[in-house]
Structures are given as structure tokens and as C-alpha cells.
Design a protein around this ligand. Structure first.
Ligand code: ATP
Ligand code: MG
Length: 571
């Protein structure tokens, strides 16, 4: 009996606090046992990994409790929104592996929201304020001192209705007036001090064109949209905690307008907040990401150094690795900074399972096997993925003239150097054991060629081939490989938490966040790989072909190294 109780407790503990709330609501029979969530992006930029955290929650809860998650574009500010963003948001959500129920746009509710605002005005619960935003802000008071009522607060209803119509007239200048809810200028919650609910914007809207000139503010659109759609759990991030009482208050108004009586079985959307995802060495604010793109500080939204989903996709992160990372950090009620190294560990763990192992030499030096006949070649068999036999094998050509990595040779090597040095044997991966016999240098003393002899009886897979050699090196046949460009990335920012730094964030960029190597070689088999195919350059790291590749020059992005070298550097 005791054991059983413990198990039940364990099960409960593994639920996120959001899931606990949802289960409680289900147990109480709220909303008729229905679960409906939404993911509400504003189409004013590209999705980043922070959004992925919200997506995993919104879609995850709906999936788990057999509900539905819809997409709602929160498109109430035409000055910043574009269809380009809508398209990319859809693409990124699909890539992450989620399927929405319906696609809604807050702009579809502009008429309903207008009617709701008119109802508020008619009841004396909203008024037109002709003060400037500065004047209104100056009257707000502080959390401990009440605000000052606007001189327009007690306008007659008829005048408010006339002016509200005027707000939607293209001739009325932006900023001339706003509509405010008449709530409570001394409420300790600042959001109750007659919040602005409508403003004038003259930019054409990407969906409704020039039909509207008056647009609802976030607080007068978000909860209302939740209500119109039948959202049961409106899950968002912690900065909306202070908005929740206003969210509930405006839902009360809506229910009253619709003549709904309060009853536990009535439909009522419930806002729940969790902590945002913040990552070290990057920024997540859309405004800052826009600046990086607009000022060409990165190559675009999908620059592989960006925290955007399209950037991570291009860099070679798998959707599974992103979901795995989000799962591992969990959901809490406290904001924190998550370590980028944890995300990279998740990427490594996932790519280990799916990446095709290939050979590439990114800092090449010639190696000549002097006792291997000129012109002779052999096809060596390579396992595509030791983690998954079903991935099969491919072959790589061996010959007399090879490329190896410069770092894999040392003329005067210390004892523990198990790579290539005169007199020492090493294995060339999937091929033979070779013994280094010397090297050739140019006038400046740079090593331009290394020589070695191979043992014909040591071919991989042959009987007795496995005598003890400590090092195994990757290599390429110089006449049977493809020249390639390799882009190696480092942290985008040089400080751990750029958002908490007083300096301009542009000054905090890591000046060495990209290194481009154009003298690299890759085996022909890998040169055919396309963006989207996960590769491991053996002994180096995970890589992915970049869309910048041409027939003459394939380009690869380094996704992540095989080990966390960053952690070592910082010790
Ligand atoms: P903006 O600065 O434009 O408001 P935003 O990052 O809030 O940017 P939205 O498009 O409004 O962008 O966000 C859509 C949803 O994603 C919201 O529910 C928001 O709470 C959530 N979200 C945004 N950033 C994060 C983050 N870093 N971690 C978790 N959720 C996030
Ligand atoms: Mg937002």
C-alpha cells in the first residue's frame, strides 16, 4: 500500500504546474471537460527558441488532454506586421512537429471588438481621452499613490460615441485621441488605472487593408479573442501576471454583454503564466533581433548564429533536439537564465542518433603513402551510423596521396601524442595502419608534406588487422574528394547575459562568432548531401550543408562540436 502511494506521488510530481491546474479544472468539470489552447504569435518577426517553449506547452497540453490547440495571429498592430512573418511562423511550427487545429487572426474580430467597445461606452465604462500619451502617463500615479483622473473622464456618452467613430476616420491624426476603459484610477494594480483600449494607426493592415484606423490594444484583444474562440486555458509568460485581473475583468464584461450568468460550468478562459526561456550568450527580444538583421550585424533571420528557429534549422539543429531541451528545462513560475551548453548537449545527444558519419578535412596537409603504388585505388567500407545499423554503409576511396588534418601531425611530439609523428604507427580510419617516415618543409619551415608507409596486412576488417595502435585518424584521398567551404560558429555574444548588461547590446557581440574556411575537403559521398540531412564529420563535429552551396563549392555549417569545448575553455 505504501509503495503504491509513493508511485502516485511520483506521477503527480512529474506533471508541470500547468498540467496540474489543467487536471484540477478537468476534475472540477470546468468548461464541460473541454481543453482548448492557442499559440498566439504576433506576426512581427520570426519565431525564436523562446517561442518554441511556448509552442511545446500550448500544443503539448492540448495533445496530452485530447484537446485542440489553434494558432492565432495577434495582428492588432499593423505598423509592424507582415505576411512574410505569417508564412515563416507556420513553417517553423510545422518543422517543430506540431499540427494546429484552426488558424485564426485577431483581425477577424475587429468588428466584434468595436461593438464591445461601443457597449462599454454606452454603459459609461469607457471614454475618449484627447490628452497626449505623455500627459496620460504622467497622471498614472505610482503603485502606492493613486493616479489623477483625466479631465475627459466624465464626458457624456453621446460625445464619446461620436468621437469613437471619429477615431476610425482616416482624417483623424494618429495620437489625437484614445479610448480608455473607465475602471479605477486608484487601484494598486496599475493596469486598472483607466487602461488605453483603442488607439489610431494609419498604416494599412496586412489583412484588413485600410478598413480600420482605430485598433484595439493587446489587453482589449487577447482575452477577448480567447473568449470568442472558446479557449479554456490561455497559457502565456510571466510578464502577463499583472494583466490577469484585467483579463478576468474584461471577460466579466463580455459575459455580461452576452447575458451569461455565472456558473461553474460556464465557459471562461483561464490565463496561466510560466517562465520565459532566456538563453546565455544570446538575446531573445524581437526588437534586438530586428536590429541585428536590419543593421546587417548578422546575415539575416536565418543566420546560423541567431536564436531563431530558422537559424537553428539552417545550422543543423534537429526539431527533436530543441524539444528535448525544452523538456529538460521544464516550466516554473520563476524567470531564469538557461545555459546554452545544455541546448548544445541536447543537440549532440539527438544528432548522435541520426547523423551520417562522413570524412572531411578542414585544415589540410598532404600525406603521401610512399609504398602504396601510384595510380592504385581501393574502396573502403564505412559504417554510416554505428548507432543505427539500418542506416547502412558507403565506401570511401583510398590512394597514395591523401589529406589529413594539420593538427594530427607533430614532428617533435610529446609522449602522449598518439597521432602522427615520425616512427609511430597510427590507423587511417576504415583503411590501413601506417607508420610515419618523415616530412618535407618549405623555405619558411612550414610542413608541406608528410610521408608514411602502410602495412598491406593491416586493412580494417582483415584477420589480425587489429594490432595495438593508439590513434585513429580521418583522411581523404586527394584525387577523390570535393573542395568545400566550412563555416564554424561561436557564441553570438561575448557576455553570458547581454540583456542584463548596461552597454549597448551591439557592443557585446562576439567579433569572432564566425570563421569561414575555404580550403577544406570532403568525401564525394557527403558532397551530395542537402540542407536538412544531418552529418557528422568524424572526429570534428556535426555539420549540415548550407543553402549557399553551389555545384562548384558546397558549403557546410558546423552545428556543434563533438564535445563541449566551451566549458573546458572557461574552467
Ligand atoms: P514582442 O516583443 O513582439 O511582444 P514576443 O516575444 O512576446 O515579442 P509574441 O509573438 O507576442 O512575441 O509571442 C507569442 C507567444 O510566445 C506569447 O505567448 C509569448 O508569451 C511566447 N513567448 C515569447 N517569448 C518567449 C520566451 N522567451 N519564452 C517563452 N515563451 C515566449
Ligand atoms: Mg508579445
Amino acid at each position: 500500500m505504501a509503495v503504491k502511494e509513493e508511485n502516485t506521488y511520483e506521477e503527480k510530481k512529474s506533471l508541470s504546474f500547468v498540467e496540474q491546474i489543467v487536471e484540477q479544472d478537468l476534475a472540477e468539470g470546468k468548461n464541460g471537460g473541454r481543453i482548448q489552447t492557442r499559440f498566439p504569435p504576433e506576426p512581427n518577426g520570426y519565431l525564436h527558441i523562446g517561442h518554441a517553449k511556448a509552442i511545446c506547452m500550448d500544443f503539448g497540453v492540448a495533445e496530452k488532454y485530447h484537446g485542440v490547440c489553434n494558432l492565432r495571429f495577434d495582428d492588432t498592430n499593423p505598423s509592424k506586421e507582415k505576411n512574410e512573418y505569417v508564412e515563416n511562423i507556420l513553417n517553423d511550427i510545422r518543422w517543430l512537429g506540431f499540427q494546429w487545429g484552426n488558424i485564426y487572426y485577431a483581425s477577424e474580430y475587429f468588428q466584434k471588438l468595436w461593438d464591445f467597445a461601443v457597449w462599454m461606452i454606452e454603459r459609461g465604462d469607457a471614454y475618449i481621452d484627447e490628452q497626449t500619451s505623455e500627459q496620460i502617463a504622467a497622471q498614472k500615479g505610482t503603485p502606492t499613490t493613486p493616479g489623477t483622473p483625466s479631465p475627459y473622464r466624465d464626458r457624456p456618452v453621446e460625445e464619446n460615441l461620436r468621437l469613437f467613430k471619429l477615431m476610425n476616420d482616416p482624417a483623424t491624426p494618429e495620437g489625437a485621441m484614445v479610448l480608455r476603459a473607465k475602471l479605477d484610477m486608484s487601484n494598486p494594480n496599475m493596469h486598472f488605472r483607466d487602461p488605453i483600449i483603442y488607439r489610431i494607426i494609419h498604416t494599412a493592415h496586412h489583412r484588413t487593408g485600410t478598413t480600420w484606423n482605430a485598433y484595439p490594444m493587446y489587453d482589449f484583444a487577447h482575452g477577448q479573442s480567447d473568449y470568442f474562440e472558446g479557449v479554456t486555458h490561455s497559457i502565456c509568460t510571466l510578464e502577463f501576471v499583472p494583466h490577469r485581473p484585467l483579463y478576468d475583468k474584461l471577460i466579466d464584461f463580455l459575459k455580461e454583454m452576452n447575458g451569461e450568468t455565472e456558473n461553474i460550468h460556464d465557459f471562461r478562459p483561464r490565463q496561466i503564466e510560466f517562465n520565459r526561456l532566456n538563453l546565455t550568450y544570446t538575446v531573445m527580444s524581437k526588437r534586438k533581433l530586428h536590429t541585428l538583421v536590419d543593421e546587417h550585424l548578422v546575415a539575416g533571420w536565418d543566420d546560423p548564429r541567431m536564436p531563431t528557429l530558422c537559424g537553428m534549422r539552417r545550422r543543423g539543429y534537429s526539431p527533436e533536439s530543441i524539444r528535448g531541451f525544452i523538456d529538460s528545462i521544464g516550466y516554473t513560475k520563476f524567470d531564469a537564465l538557461n545555459d546554452m551548453a545544455l541546448l548544445e548537449a541536447s543537440v549532440r545527444e539527438d544528432l548522435n542518433k541520426r547523423a551520417c558519419r562522413v570524412s572531411a578535412v578542414i585544415n589540410p596537409v598532404k600525406l603521401v603513402i610512399t609504398n602504396y603504388p601510384e595510380g592504385q585505388t581501393e574502396e573502403m567500407s564505412c559504417v554510416n551510423n554505428p548507432e543505427n545499423e539500418a542506416d547502412g554503409t558507403h565506401t570511401i576511396t583510398f590512394s597514395r596521396n591523401l589529406w589529413i588534418e594539420k593538427e594530427d601531425f607533430m614532428e617533435d611530439a610529446p609522449k602522449k601524442f598518439f597521432r602522427m609523428t615520425p616512427g609511430q604507427e597510427v590507423r587511417l580510419k576504415s583503411a590501413y595502419i601506417v607508420k610515419c617516415t618523415g616530412c618535407t618543409k618549405d623555405a619558411e619551415g612550414n610542413i608541406i608534406e608528410i610521408q608514411a608507409e602502410y602495412d598491406p596486412d593491416s586493412k580494417s576488417g582483415m584477420d589480425g588487422a587489429n594490432r595495438k595502435v593508439k590513434g585513429t585518424l580521418h583522411w581523404l584521398s586527394a584525387d577523390h574528394c570535393t573542395k568545400a567551404e566550412v563555416r564554424i560558429y561561436d557564441r553570438l555574444f561575448s557576455v553570458e547575459n547581454p540583456s542584463a548588461d548596461d552597454r549597448d547590446f551591439r557592443e557585446l557581440l562576439n567579433k569572432d562568432s564566425i570563421q569561414v574556411r575555404r580550403e577544406c575537403y570532403i568525401e564525394n559521398y557527403a558532397a551530395d548531401k542537402k540542407p536538412g540531412e544531418y552529418l557528422q564529420f568524424q572526429r570534428i563535429g556535426y555539420f549540415m550543408a548550407d543553402p549557399d552551396s553551389t555545384a562548384e563549392m558546397p558549403v557546410y555549417n558546423k552545428t556543434v562540436g563533438l564535445k563541449d569545448t566551451w566549458a573546458k575553455q572557461n574552467k
